[in-house]
Write a protein that binds this ligand. Structure first.
Ligand SMILES: Nc1ncnc2c1ncn2[C@@H]1O[C@H](COP(=O)(O)OP(=O)(O)OP(=O)(O)O)[C@@H](O)[C@H]1O
Ligand SMILES: [Mg+2]
Length: 241
């Protein structure tokens, strides 16, 4: 469904990502893990065209989408849930959801709203509440709901676990699993390697702007280097007690 070949992102003379190649098949749930500053956000922003990406090719659903404006990519079925959620705090939940459907027909908007309320009943209950008043977990659900309003084929997510209590993180990921079961393809980037590797099918490891490892998440979880670098605390608890 998506193939990124040799993508690089520069900020002025500074190279944030070099030669990134990633593929995602229809129906897969793929994660990319990496620590602070590894380049995770740059990758998603480069992919969406929010920051310029160089020397790469991005093919989505057999279309070469490299260089297309962000709006066109959304129209084709890519949608990003940004880092930090970025809900519109002074608008209510319903208005936030409507913003996600601004490129869609009235019919699609209605259908997607039903879909979102079915998946997240809390958003229907709170539809008249200001988004800024929601809890962090509810805001994350709203950010996902807003992206779903554009009827995406591939959902891109930037650190859905950020700043949330572990039990809420689990809630968010179980919703992502439900979305996968309903046929959505998901690509997310995370610092929280243990949760991402637990829920995703396949994963990539990004270090200093380069992919250093990839494989099925079941293999990555068992990789000693990953245990040491990304699952440190749990690894210590399990093996070095
Ligand atoms: N707008 C920008 N201008 C200049 N440098 C930037 C910009 N955005 C990011 N960078 C640099 O690019 C590198 C990768 O940053 P990026 O935000 O993509 O990392 P990240 O993996 O998302 O980190 P985090 O886990 O903290 O969100 C960092 O060295 C960062 O300082
Ligand atoms: Mg980031």
């Amino acid at each position: 469904m998506l193939r990124i070949s040799s993508l690089s992102v520069y900020y002025g003379a500074v190279r944030a990502l070099s030669n990134i190649s990633i593929h995602i098949k229809k129906g897969e749930f793929v994660c990319l893990i990496g620590s602070n500053g590894a380049g995770k956000t740059s990758l998603l922003n480069g992919l969406m065209g929010i920051v310029p990406a160089d020397a790469g090719e991005v093919v989505f659903d057999n279309n070469d989408i490299s260089g297309l404006p962000t709006k066109k990519k959304v129209k084709l079925g890519l949608c990003l849930v940004p880092e930090g959620r970025r809900v519109f705090p002074d608008m209510d939940v319903y208005e936030n959801l409507e913003m996600g459907a601004y490129l869609q027909s009235l019919k699609t908007k209605k259908r997607q709203l039903e879909f979102v309320f079915d998946l997240f009943p809390v958003l229907e209950e709170r539809s008249k509440q200001l988004a800024g008043m929601l809890s962090g977990g509810e805001q994350q659900m709203l950010a996902i709901g807003r992206a779903l309003m554009s009827n995406p084929k591939l959902l891109l997510m930037d650190e859905p676990s950020m700043g949330l209590a572990p039990i809420i993180v689990k809630d968010v990921y179980s919703k992502l699993t439900q979305l996968k079961e309903r046929g959505l393809t998901i690509f997310l980037v995370e610092q929280n390697a243990s949760i991402a590797l637990k829920y995703a099918d396949r994963g990539y490891v990004l270090e200093n702007g380069k992919i250093v490892l990839q494989g099925n998440t079941s293999q990555l979880i068992d990789d000693n280097e990953i245990k040491r670098a990304y699952l440190g605390k749990e690894y210590k608890e399990k093996w070095e007690r």
